[in-house]
Write a protein that binds this ligand. Structure first.
Ligand SMILES: [Fe+2]
Length: 160
């Protein structure tokens, strides 16, 4: 079994919902690793991987709603980074095809994209959240929010 993805205190962003969602991402990634290999039931591996990808997308949207709510100045660059990760996920799945060798793909996505994103880009959001008070939050404009949701690329996980 591969080494599990280990959560570290240093990954904390807001001591709140963002951390909870990041923790869930770790759990879902570890759930893929926990499946015995070579798995007799490849479908289980694929199902677990799909759950991880789908939750990642859900989490990105949640984070973007939060950024809009607080009027975060780095929103655009951050949202672009999210979309880049979704594109990487789609690309990796496509390249993997039906080889069923998804563990290196998962490790690459976790280490080189998700964890790096948390420690670099989400950290900046965390600093911003830290200095903002709840009372200062601006109310998001519903139309901008709708646009953001519609612009989030879909997952191309048909091969899974
Ligand atoms: Fe993020």
């Amino acid at each position: 079994m591969s080494l599990a993805f280990i959560w570290q205190d240093d990954y904390c962003i807001d001591n709140g919902i963002i951390d909870q969602e990041h923790l869930r991402l770790f759990k879902l990634a570890n759930a893929v690793l926990a499946i015995e290999r070579p798995s007799k039931n490849v479908l289980n591996v694929k199902k677990a991987l799909r759950r991880f990808f789908e939750y990642t997308r859900y989490h990105f949207l949640d984070e973007e709603k939060c950024m809009l709510r607080i009027g975060y100045s780095q929103f655009e660059a951050h949202a672009i980074a999210h979309r880049q990760i979704i594109a990487i996920m789609n690309d990796m799945v496509r390249r993997c095809g039906n080889t069923e060798d998804y563990i290196p793909v998962l490790e690459h996505i976790m280490h080189d994209w998700i964890i790096r994103h948390i420690t670099e880009i989400d950290k900046e959001l965390g600093k911003y959240l830290h200095v903002r008070k709840e009372s200062e939050y601006t109310v998001s404009k519903q139309n901008i929010l709708q646009e953001v949701i519609e612009n989030m690329p879909s997952l191309d996980i048909g091969l899974l």
